[in-house]
Write a protein that binds this ligand. Structure first.
Ligand SMILES: [Zn+2]
Length: 152
């Protein structure tokens, strides 16, 4: 009897292992988000400081993108954007961008992540659906800001 119970408990524990691993991976991303996003912010700031063409992408929208970057908040939302197929999302005209797990698909791709953030900052500054042929928009950003088109 005791052995049967042990077996049942062991089976339940084995069944939980993949779930536990997934939760740990999530927690790791959530925990590292604040540090990781800073690396990308530094890269974006550098692009704004050094590339006039990069700043000019924002000229259709009011204000300096450097100020938009300084007041921006980037909130980690884990898998929440996955069903929509987005790595990041912004409600146009707000200073809040939601960052999904997909954003951190390749942690080494700082230039690719910088392109995504610049796109989201354009939304923060008021850009709407006109920039959401995002493969084209990412290409524009990558060229103007010397980052990388992560949509390709
Ligand atoms: Zn967009």
């Amino acid at each position: 009897m005791r052995r049967k119970i042990f077996t049942a408990v062991a089976l339940v524990l084995y069944a939980m292992i993949p779930v536990v691993h997934e939760v740990e991976a999530q927690d790791r991303l959530a925990a590292s988000h604040q540090a990781e996003i800073q690396r990308i912010i530094v890269r974006v700031r550098f692009a704004f400081e050094t590339e006039a063409n990069c700043r000019n992408l924002f000229s259709n929208y009011q204000g300096d993108p450097r100020q938009t970057l300084e007041r921006a908040t980037f909130i980690y939302v884990g898998e929440a954007l996955q069903p929509l197929g987005f790595a990041a999302a912004t409600l146009a005209g707000t200073n809040q961008t939601f960052i999904g797990a997909g954003f951190y698909q390749d942690m080494r791709d700082v230039d690719g992540m910088a392109t995504v953030l610049i796109h989201e900052l354009m939304h923060q500054q008021g850009a709407g659906a006109e920039i959401d042929n995002y493969v084209d928009n990412y290409e524009q950003i990558a060229t103007a800001c010397r980052t990388r088109n992560s949509a390709r």
